[in-house]
Design a binder for this molecule. Structure first.
Ligand SMILES: *Cc1c(COP(=O)(O)O)cnc(C)c1O
Length: 491
């Protein structure tokens, strides 16, 4: 059994606090009760929901009536964005605009795009290179048709903290509704509903159970918000469906636990983030993604020059963290957030997001520093600007052949080195920049080449090599580059 990796992916999901887990499982095992029923078990369930509603409200300085429970922040974002525009009075709805940022979470950008298909207008702003939106930039984008502004409080990839107070003042002065996705900030930063119309929260980002969250709604917006889920009229008609009482209660407790030590936890985690950042910044070719002043205590995003993103993550089996590399994303694109901040494809892919949690320790940080330093050094040792690893062959006076193909900027570059003695391939080595499959094929190929007569047929086809390392069909193009390098070396 391999040891559990060091978990530095709290921005993806957090461990459920043991006190929350105990409450959720106790309620799961308890006698049933639908909070909509008027008998005693129903009233008990309703009381549990009421308590949770108050706990969630207290975390963001709201009152319980403002809290609408949802399945998570994704649903809350959808409800705020789709529901606000669709609920506008008919006269305002035609041509109404929503403003958001290119660096937002997909749970924001996707409903915004959906609105565009419904005939609304979307203005997607690209913030400056740190990712922080200047209120003046927002001000310049606002038009009389602007109905909603949607921004993340803390960006989930870079940890950038937006100027919510400045943005809220601007929106309030013009009567524009403001939606803030606080899924990444609620665990760490104070939040005040004052000036905010809609606020999204997620249980599993703050030590609560997955599958529950909330949209907190300013009273002035209640009457017009168009629900997404209709049915039994629960949540005062804004979100139908029987509430998952154990999850709701667990989410409420998690909010209370966060509130009890948020400042102390933030300071402790910020010190660990600084320890990680300071240590990794001593490596050459490390670039910081984000804003050095306005940043989450729990997120650090760095790009590494001269290494390939997927290969970097594969070289870190002892760490659970996220990357901007194609391997990780379903779309096969490098991080669109880092691209929007001006990073090139290589740097956007070769990025690591370290996200810390309340349980993260200094020892774990030191393990991460050592592992990253070693992985980066190992991958860079194979990069194009390194000297050819042939000093021993040169000393022996052998016939050395070198073949190169591809380019770092295209994501794959391979250099094959052959040492020919008495018409046989005495030795074969490679240097490469590429995904783990490319590196694996190179490793096998140099072994297969050793000892072959120079004139022998090529050992297998790129398709054979692809299958041997279990690479997906889409990787064949990259593997063909290895064949090109081999042909060049044998020419
Ligand atoms: C995780 C996350 C979401 C999605 O939350 P779910 O509760 O998983 O739906 C939305 N926005 C941000 C910023 C997030 O980090």
């Amino acid at each position: 059994m391999t040891a559990e990796p060091v978990y530095l992916d709290h921005a993806a999901t957090t461990p459920v606090d043991p006190r929350v887990a105990a409450l959720v499982s106790a309620l799961m095992a308890a006698p049933p009760g639908n909070p909509g029923s008027s008998h005693a078990p129903g009233r008990r369930a309703a009381a549990q929901v009421d308590a949770a509603r108050a706990q969630v409200a207290a975390l963001v300085n709201a009152v319980p009536e403002q809290v609408v429970f949802t399945s998570g922040a994704t649903e809350a974002d959808n409800l705020a964005i789709l529901g606000h525009l669709r609920g506008l009075p008919a006269a305002r709805r035609a041509g109404a605009e929503v403003i958001t940022l290119a660096t937002e979470h997909k749970a924001v950008l996707t409903p915004v795009r959906k609105l565009e298909h419904e005939g609304y207008t979307a203005r997607i702003l690209t913030p400056g290179h740190t990712g922080r939106l200047a209120p003046s930039q927002l001000e310049a984008a606002i038009t009389p048709a602007t109905a909603l502004v949607s921004v993340l409080h803390v960006n989930n990839e870079t940890g950038v903290v937006q100027d919510i107070a400045g943005i809220a003042a601007l929106c309030a002065a013009r009567g524009i509704a403001l939606h803030v996705d606080a899924a990444q900030s609620a665990a760490w930063l104070p939040i005040d509903m004052a000036g905010i119309d809609y606020l999204s929260l997620s249980g599993h980002k703050l030590g609560g159970p997955p599958g529950v969250g909330a949209l907190v709604i300013a009273p002035r917006r209640r009457a017009t918000l168009e629900p997404l889920v209709v049915g039994g009229g629960q949540e005062r008609g804004l979100r139908a469906g029987t509430l998952p009482v154990p999850l709701v209660a667990g989410f409420g407790l998690a909010c209370e636990l966060v509130r009890a030590d948020r400042e102390a936890a933030s300071n402790r985690v910020a010190a660990l983030r600084d320890r990680l950042h300071a240590a990794l910044e001593t490596l050459p070719g490390v670039l910081f993604n984000g804003d050095r002043e306005y940043r989450s205590p729990a997120i650090l995003n760095l790009s590494f020059e001269g290494v390939e993103g997927e290969a970097l993550v594969t070289a870190l089996p002892g760490l659970a963290l996220s990357t901007g590399s194609a391997c990780d994303s379903a779309t096969g694109e490098p991080s669109f957030v880092l691209r929007a901040l001006g990073r090139d494809t290589q740097l956007a892919q070769a990025s690591l997001r370290f996200s810390l949690g309340r349980g993260t320790t200094a020892t774990e940080i030191d393990i991460a520093v050592a592992a990253v330093g070693q992985a980066v050094a190992q991958l860079r040792a194979q990069s194009p600007d390194r000297p050819l690893p042939v000093a021993d062959w040169q000393a022996a006076g052998d016939d050395i052949r070198v073949g190169e193909a591809g380019a770092v900027r295209l994501g794959t570059w391979v250099r094959l080195l052959l040492c020919i003695r008495q018409s046989r391939i005495e030795g074969a080595r490679f240097q490469a920049y590429g995904c783990p499959h490319v590196l694996a094929v190179c490793e096998r190929l140099v072994v297969a080449l050793r000892g072959l007569p120079v004139e022998a047929p090529q050992p297998g086809t790129p398709e054979d090599w692809r299958q041997a390392v279990d690479a997906p069909v889409e990787k064949l193009g990259r593997i063909l580059i290895i064949e090109d390098a081999l042909r060049a070396a044998r020419a």
